[in-house]
Design a protein around this ligand. Sequence first.
Ligand code: 13P
Ligand code: SF4
Length: 308
Amino acid sequence: MADHQSALIDRINQLRRTRNAIILAHNYVFGPVQDIADFVGDSLELSIKANNVREAVIVFCGVRFMAETAKILSPDKTVLLPVDGAGCPMADMVTAAALRNFKKRYPGAVTVCYVNSTAAVKAEVDICCTSANAEQIVRAIPRDRKIIFLPDRNLGANVANATGRKLILWEGHCPIHLRFTPEMIKRRRAEFAHAALIVHPECPPEVVALADVALSTGGMLKFARETEYREIIVGTELGIIYRLQQENPGKTFIPLSEQAICTNMKKTLLEDVLTSLETMRHQIELNSEIIARAAVPIRRMISGKPEL
Ligand code: 13P
Ligand code: SF4
């Protein structure tokens, strides 16, 4: 088994060089895939990285919207998604046509779109955000403007609570984060009275209200490094625990729920990364007009100076 794994890794490393490829991975993917990646991060960190790659090929270990974002930011690169069917159900909860119709009901509204969305949807919006910068982006919008926030109604509601801004919410959600409940929090708090409790802002607002803080996965890693707490209860997808534990061997991380698994994030195995590099599949192909339009809201986001 160990021999099989090291042979796989050797072959990936060889091909990474000959193909002139960089391997990017999200914090939720399997540990061995994180280990071979050149860079592991949250959606914002990965977008910033994808905007500045020197290599000719980007192998994206995560889900489709992330690989699409990389392609939009680096259209001249070959972007590979090792498993074609690795999607994000939330991203599929809004289509470009449905959004165009919705926008007609709110003339003049600014549309803020979570990056967990398709390229075609991004092409219809004013600015993108991730869970790391959603509050900052909403705060930067002039107070007299109406704001449509999509597709995650939970992230939107949490941002509205944090900023005091009224947001018009699209009815999308993350099926994994939706399952966290206040009861889970009460149970874990009773079991681990001295632990900090952090959650992802895709959790419902009644869950966020009972947590110590809501953070992106990158924010969780920073919190874990900097906090004095030795025990931390973590309310997000289980994959993050691998990196948290690796970076903080002296601290204990307790999942808020053992069931919080995003099957899409778990589709990519080392074998898939190897096949992807061998066969140059599955290439992200986007129409050039969509790329040009979708790049505007993503670039506004990563510039840190949303001008609307
Ligand atoms: P982060 O940007 O916080 O890593 O979140 C991405 C995601 O899909 C959460 O479900
Ligand atoms: Fe999408 Fe939820 Fe999976 Fe994140 S955890 S990729 S939002 S389904």
